[in-house]
Design a binder for this molecule. Structure first.
Ligand code: TTP
Ligand code: MG
Length: 369
């Protein structure tokens, strides 16, 4: 496999950080985001917590009652999860991340892999610069910090992202992979859970370095062919899993910052049409047809505006896409006085096939359902 540069972006204490952003006055206290089961007042589990709460042993998965006990006498904030709010923030961040990747794979609401090999011309120096740019952009747009890991594959990128948190950036070049992984506990490897860890402990395998030296045949005997070989390769920092989109997206979009803030429609359309080309390519590779076209304008005060139009029939035409985008922007700037800082285009309401219905009925001049 050709050499790659992969980045993992993981938002820090995500749900709790969103709550801090919504209400900055809670920032200096322990913040605990909870899934209340509703049985009794305190039944349920902790979804996540900020780093101050974590210092008191309050973390994802523990019962709310235990969290309260650990924070007894400390001025702290308990809040219910508000998924739609976090999802909205996540969506706009993911859109930004996607725009920087050759290929993109979102793995959870707050985590995504970016293959940036081509975008950075296979340069780690460029990648580090890009990672810093991404961190700055997420912070200025959403006031959130994240931790980024960079490496030659997903496995290393993930461990690198976990290495320094919160607000971390860890770059592991190929020549440093073995040295970087060596002292880490086997648990750091994706796929090594509590059970595997216990089993390996009995064999005196505690660190990744121990695992790398351990006879691969013995690992196969213990864990089966697939897992045994996986553990062996993982310990050597080898992983060929490609970065690729999961499932069918609900929308495909791109947003980009203008060279300078403007109200000039020509400048805006020029930028928007370039974004259309990009979105269209992604649409074709995924063999999707859209019905809805959305434009977005981020004003110079960072307020976000959007306008949509839904077509009667699905299409994958670039021409129709650009036509709709042009109309939407024209109308938007006729009606509003916003000075644009960033503009974006998105298509959604997907189907797998172009709807032939319309052409057939209009051809015969009648209706046939
Ligand atoms: P994580 O990225 O695992 O955790 P985090 O973002 O809160 O903290 P970190 O700084 O270590 O990255 O999970 C992302 C979100 O998923 C988290 O904010 C809340 C939710 N979540 C749960 O609801 N339950 C869980 O057990 C975990 C682990 C996460
Ligand atoms: Mg996270």
């Amino acid at each position: 496999m050709h050499t790659r540069i992969v980045m993992l972006v993981d938002l820090d204490y995500f749900f709790a950080q969103c709550e801090e952003r919504r209400n900055p006055s809670i920032k200096d206290k322990p913040v605990v985001v909870c899934v209340y089961s509703g049985r009794t007042q305190d039944s349920g589990a902790v979804s996540t917590s900020n780093y101050i709460a974590r210092q008191h042993g309050v973390k994802s998965g523990i019962p709310i009652s235990l969290a309260k006990k650990r924070l007894e006498g400390i001025d702290s904030v308990f809040l219910p999860v508000d998924k739609p709010f976090y999802k909205q923030i996540s969506d706009s961040i993911m859109e930004v991340l996607r725009s920087y990747a050759d290929s993109f794979e979102q793995v959870s609401i707050d985590e995504a892999y970016l293959d940036v090999t081509k975008k950075t011309r296979n340069s780690y120096v460029e990648t580090k610069r890009l990672a810093k740019k991404i961190k700055t952009e997420i912070f200025s747009q959403q006031q959130l910090t994240c931790s980024v890991g960079v490496g030659p594959n997903k496995l290393v990128a993930k461990i690198a992202a976990d290495y320094q948190k919160p607000d971390g950036l860890t770059v592991v070049k190929p020549e440093n992979v073995i040295r970087f992984l060596a002292p880490l506990p086997v648990r750091s490897l994706v796929g090594v859970g509590k059970k595997t860890e216990k089993k390996l402990e009995t064999l005196n395998v505690h660190t990744v370095a121990h695992l790398a030296k351990f006879d691969v045949q013995k690992l196969v005997d213990l864990f089966g062919r697939k897992l045994g070989v996986y553990f062996h390769n993982a310990a050597l920092g080898l992983d060929e899993d490609p970065v690729e989109e999961r499932g069918d997206p609900e929308s495909i979009g791109r947003i980009s910052t203008l060279k300078q803030d403007t109200q000039d429609l020509n400048v805006i359309l020029d930028k928007a049409f370039k974004l259309c080309d990009d979105v269209h390519t992604r649409l074709l590779t995924r063999k999707l047809f859209y019905r809805t076209v959305t434009i977005r304008v981020v004003g110079d005060n960072l307020e976000v505006h959007s306008r949509s139009n839904t077509l009667e029939n699905p299409t994958n035409s670039l021409e129709i896409f650009k036509g709709e985008v042009k109309q939407l922007f024209e109308k938007f700037f006729e009606e509003s006085d916003v000075t644009a800082r960033r503009v974006g285009v998105t298509v959604s309401s997907f189907s797998k096939k172009e709807n032939q219905q319309k052409q057939i009925t209009s051809f015969f001049g009648g209706s046939n359902n």
